[in-house]
Design a protein. Structure first.
Length: 145
């Protein structure tokens, strides 16, 4: 087995964990509004409850928090999965399939981040995508040799 594949999976797991840690700091840091418009927006996001039917009345803050937690958990899941693969060293076809799935998911996530977020999550998801793409290139090289 090509040692580069395992090295890049290890790097991908580290980047996924770091992304989860940096992203979760946003749960504890409150940035004060810079002006009256931002203060009004923050107040509405945390107090206005939308009627989404079936008894659900979340605020935009509730929806934003749930998506934020989901992204953090996705990164943790990816890191744990990569660590598990590194310890178990499964057969190459299973390893390649899981890396392909992760690369597609984090690639789509990266594209979404590019269009809808800001620089820090774009950089981190881009790093995850690249560190998952590199083992795929290593798989190709190892099968061509």
């Amino acid at each position: 087995m090509n040692k580069r594949i395992y090295t890049w999976l290890w790097v991908a797991a580290i980047v996924q964990y770091l992304t989860a840690v940096f992203h979760s700091t946003g749960f504890f840091i409150q940035v004060p509004p810079a002006n009256d418009t931002e203060a009004q927006l923050v107040k509405l996001m945390s107090t206005y409850r939308m009627d989404l039917g079936a008894g659900y009345h979340p605020t935009m803050d509730n929806l934003f928090l749930s998506m934020s937690v989901s992204f953090t958990l996705l990164c943790i899941f990816g890191g744990v999965l990569n660590n598990y693969l590194l310890k178990r060293k499964p057969e190459i076809s299973l390893l390649k399939g899981i890396v392909v799935i992760q690369t597609i998911i984090f690639g789509i996530d990266f594209i979404i981040m590019v269009f809808f977020t800001f620089l820090i999550p774009i950089i981190f998801t881009g790093l995850i995508f690249i560190t998952l793409l590199l083992p795929l290139l290593s798989f190709r090289r190892s099968t061509n040799n």
